[in-house]
Design a protein around this ligand. Structure first.
Ligand code: ZN
Ligand code: ZN
Length: 625
């Protein structure tokens, strides 16, 4: 029932001396339950029949009332006529099915016990109410049975409602059966199934359904694109989006959010920028969610400044916007900007959430602000009632480890109320590496072996720590252990986008069409690097081979190849942006610092944990990662 039924008439209620003739009453508008009560009392006093009231207006009051007032209005409604029209029931049911589904079901039960026969609309509103309540599978099934019993021949609309009801309640087998049995399906039928399948991660089935559709709407495309993003297949999401665009479909705001998230995952800055322009053109930028996703996309593509511009241009900012920006500064090594922004956030009265504190702790640990970080951790619990999560503990261990307080860090881990994960122990290992604490490294790696036995990164770090301490036998033991455990090295993989095309490089593999040219360029660059004092750090190669062979392996690390390709194929001065699947090794880190100086380029590498921004021979991580 639309609110327009309640065209509020500001005419006062008739007083006791005015005659309450039906014609008089018809001109009155009942705008609220109390209004209705007043009128009711007047009717009783004057002895006028209750049926003088307009059914439609009572229905409107019933539909828009809170549950307590609703029961009053409903009573009146039932007394006002012996046989109210089914359309009045339906108009209640319709409104209640979205605003208060359990009331809708109560009303539907009432309808069944009256002497009025429900029609297909009544049933569809009741089904709609079921689909919004988690425990209504049996009720829904009963209504379905009733539809069959009453001999209704469901049209495509009612069929869709049934499919939607079953799929919303997670009864996918029933939903499938209904869908298969439908004599005629429309785009909505397919969309219902696709939306549910993507939510459940059944992407292959969703795709099959999508491919089988005779006609697709923007919603169909958007469901599938968002599904691919949610289930970590951003490449397919982007591919599908481009196909959608080529067909002339106009993406809506939901599509834009999904594609921007895919761009963020892939580091596809060019496409991200294009979507930004599109969002601007269609005035989507007043949508806070779109702006928040834009901020995230720019941060993950290494453009903190542009993210800040988006943030500054927002007319309304939520805690998500502020936290995204604070975290962005922190992972880009701009800790002071993160803390400054937090002050602004408090000034405008926004309450921080757990994510805000992850950013703040990160910023402090990065800048070595031990005291301030510890204070934030305390404030978060004491003043904001936030229960620390594993991410916060990880940040605290990182903070202590970076400050060289490894014993305190270990103590902190032991006292944690949640089970430490790989990030927590990895932070301790990072500190042990910097401060050459063999004992701490052994403890951390012992735990990491259990948590993540097939990750070779920890073996590399431990072996290097032994080697640094002159314990070459132990270093060799780690390598043997790694072999015996059958640890398979995850191949390093780096991507770089040039002119909108994503080029992928895998360590040691040479299937890029310009591979010869890339190798030649690297050899030339290597000469310049060596002049600047670059010495290959072969300790990162944990293979038993000759030194020269180890160097050859190092020179084919994926981020080196990607950087060389970037230098070759972009004009001087262009920022080079690379995404790597693993952490950057010591050797590549040292080489990239020098390359940024020699080539006068800014090189931004997003590795598994953080960003490295190489400029003029330095890295924003200050060599701690
Ligand atoms: Zn490397
Ligand atoms: Zn770095």
């Amino acid at each position: 029932m639309a609110a327009s039924c309640l065209t509020t008439l500001s005419s006062p209620l008739p007083d006791q001396h005015t005659s309450l003739s039906p014609s008089n009453l018809i001109n009155l508008t009942i705008s609220s339950p109390s209004h209705l009560q007043q009128l009711h009392s007047l009717l009783i006093k004057s002895g006028a029949p209750i049926s003088s009231l307009s059914f439609l207006r009572i229905a409107a009051v019933c539909a828009l009332s809170p549950p307590s007032a609703f029961s009053y209005a409903r009573n009146l409604f039932h007394r006002s006529a012996n046989s109210p029209e089914i359309f009045l029931w339906n108009s209640h049911l319709n409104t209640l099915s979205s605003s208060s589904p359990s009331d809708a079901l109560l009303l539907f039960t009432r309808l069944l016990s009256s002497n009025i026969l429900p029609n297909t609309f009544s049933c569809s509103f009741a089904l709609k109410a079921c689909s919004q309540l988690s425990n209504c599978f049996l009720t829904g099934k009963n209504i379905h049975a009733l539809i069959l019993k009453l001999g209704f021949h469901p049209d495509v609309f009612l069929h869709n409602t049934l499919v939607h009801m079953y799929s919303s309640l997670g009864a996918m087998a029933d939903a499938h059966l209904m869908f298969e049995k439908m004599p005629r399906r429309d785009t909505v039928s397919y969309n219902i199934m696709i939306a549910r399948l993507t939510m459940d991660g059944e992407m292959d089935l969703a795709r099959e359904m999508f491919d089988a559709m005779p006609e697709r709407s923007v919603r169909s495309w958007t469901s599938l694109i968002a599904g691919y993003v949610q289930w970590q297949n951003p490449r397919e999401a982007v591919r599908l989006f481009i196909e959608m665009e080529n067909l002339g479909m106009r993406p809506n705001e939901v599509t834009v959010v999904a594609v921007l998230a895919a761009c963020a995952d892939l580091g596809a800055l060019d496409l991200g920028k294009r979507i930004h322009e599109y969002a601007n053109l269609f005035r989507f930028l007043s949508n806070v969610r779109i702006c928040n996703t834009l901020i995230d996309m720019y941060i993950k593509c290494g453009c903190v400044q542009v993210a800040r511009e988006v943030f500054d241009d927002m007319s309304e900012r939520t805690v998500v916007s502020w936290s995204a920006m604070i975290n962005g500064y922190a992972i880009h090594g701009q800790g002071d900007d993160a803390l400054e922004l937090f002050k602004d956030m408090r000034k405008v009265g926004i309450q921080p959430n757990p994510v805000t504190f992850v950013g703040l702790l990160h910023a402090c640990s990065h800048m070595g602000l031990l005291k301030q970080g510890q204070n934030f951790f305390k404030t978060m619990i004491r003043d904001y009632n936030i229960v620390p999560e594993i991410e916060h503990y990880g940040c605290m261990v990182d903070l202590l480890s970076r400050a060289g307080l490894l014993d305190e860090a270990l103590e902190f881990i032991r006292k944690m109320p949640v089970k430490p994960n790989g990030v927590v122990w990895g932070a301790l290992l990072g500190g042990a590496k910097v401060y050459n604490r063999v004992d701490m490294a052994e403890e951390a790696v012992r735990q990491l072996f259990d948590l993540d036995p097939l990750n070779d990164g920890y073996y590399v770090v431990l072996s290097n720590i032994y080697a640094n301490a002159g314990r070459f036998n132990d270093a060799a033991k780690v390598r043997r252990l790694m072999r015996n455990k059958g640890v398979k090295k995850t191949p390093g993989q780096s991507t770089i986008a040039v002119d909108g095309v994503i080029h992928e490089f895998v360590a040691g593999e040479s299937d890029h069409p310009q591979v010869e040219e890339i190798y030649r360029s690297w050899d030339e660059l290597l000469v310049k690097l060596k002049v600047r004092g670059y010495v290959p750090d072969t300790s990162v190669v944990l293979l038993d081979m000759e030194e020269r062979e180890k160097e050859a392996v190092l020179y084919r690390h994926s981020e080196k190849l990607a950087v060389v390709f970037g230098l070759m194929s972009t004009p001087p001065g262009t920022v080079i942006r690379i995404i790597k699947n693993l952490r950057v090794c010591n050797d590549c880190h040292a080489a990239l610092k020098l390359i940024s100086e020699i080539s006068k380029r800014e090189i931004i590498v997003r590795d598994r944990n953080r960003f490295h921004c190489f400029r003029d021979g330095f890295c924003s991580c200050r060599d701690y990662w």
